[in-house]
Design a protein. Structure first.
Length: 273
């Protein structure tokens, strides 16, 4: 498999291979995501609605986890909690040793910007910015790269992901598959160890979907952790693990890494970097 993203991950990551070595084991044995008795409830006019309850889950470095279930099963709620977009009603979320459930405000935003790459079904590219400028935005917000290096890094990511020639076009000039590739490049801009994707192939044809799923598989093979909410059956050819939700609870967990019990949790890399 082509190691498309290995160089920047080695140079700019928070050092999860090093963290794992310090923990005394293989990096793949270290839990990057650890959820303990996680719950999320909402108050509605009809009363309290429980979106998630009793979620216990460990996800290791290099896993590509497909989260599946019917509409309303809690998939997107789980992804939002992992990203720090929403806060849990109860329980704990630990990402690479950082207690995400305890972060608030600017600290949470800074942590998310540097450690989580987000990919959405509808791309969420800013229409008035070029593709390269969209990819540069996370670097601008988090100042992870010197200003003089940001455009060259954006161009390099776009080339590696196969749309380098589209860099100076507006998103409206790109096909759906090209826009999703641009969104993936943007998600990788700050070299996050975790990528979260919400129905990333939902608006793509089957051929384009396969190409996008291959990109996610490449990211996982090179050591990033990818968690993807999906309805697409094709993802199971690429995922290393499938977690099924129903009525806010995990009802099945199959594949490599499933049912192995809690892994060693990576020690903190110093919180937001």
């Amino acid at each position: 498999m082509n190691r498309m993203f290995s160089n920047e991950h080695t140079v700019r990551s928070t050092g999860y291979a090093t963290v794992a070595a310090q923990a005394g084991g293989n990096p793949a044995d270290v839990s990057i995501l650890a959820l303990r008795d996680l719950a999320k409830s909402y108050l509605t006019p009809a009363g309290e609605f429980t979106a998630l309850a009793g979620i216990d889950l460990d996800v290791r470095r290099g896993e590509l986890v497909a989260v599946v279930g019917r509409s309303g099963s809690g998939k997107t709620t789980l992804l939002n909690l992992l990203a720090g977009i929403d806060t849990p009603t109860a329980g704990q979320i630990t990402v690479a040793g950082v207690a995400v459930h305890a972060l608030r405000g600017s600290r949470l935003a800074a942590w998310r910007g540097r450690n989580i790459g987000l990919v959405f079904q509808f791309f969420q590219l800013l229409p008035t910015l070029t593709v390269a400028e969209n990819v540069m935005l996370p670097m601008d917000f988090c100042a992870t790269w010197p200003a003089r290096e940001r455009r060259s890094r954006a161009l390099d990511l776009l080339r590696r992901i196969g749309i380098g020639e589209q860099a100076d076009k507006l998103p409206s000039a790109l096909s759906g598959g090209q826009q999703q590739r641009a969104a993936i490049a943007r998600a990788l801009a700050n070299d996050p160890p975790v990528v979260l994707a919400d129905e990333p192939t939902g608006n793509l044809d089957s051929r384009t979907s396969d190409a996008v799923l291959e990109l996610f598989a490449t990211l996982a093979a090179e050591g990033r952790t990818v968690v993807m909410v999906t309805h697409e059956r094709e993802v199971f050819r690429y995922a290393t693990r499938q977690v099924t939700l129903a009525d806010g609870r995990i009802t099945a967990d199959t594949g490599v890494g499933a049912g192995a019990g809690p892994a060693r949790t990576a020690p903190s890399a110093g919180g937001a970097r």
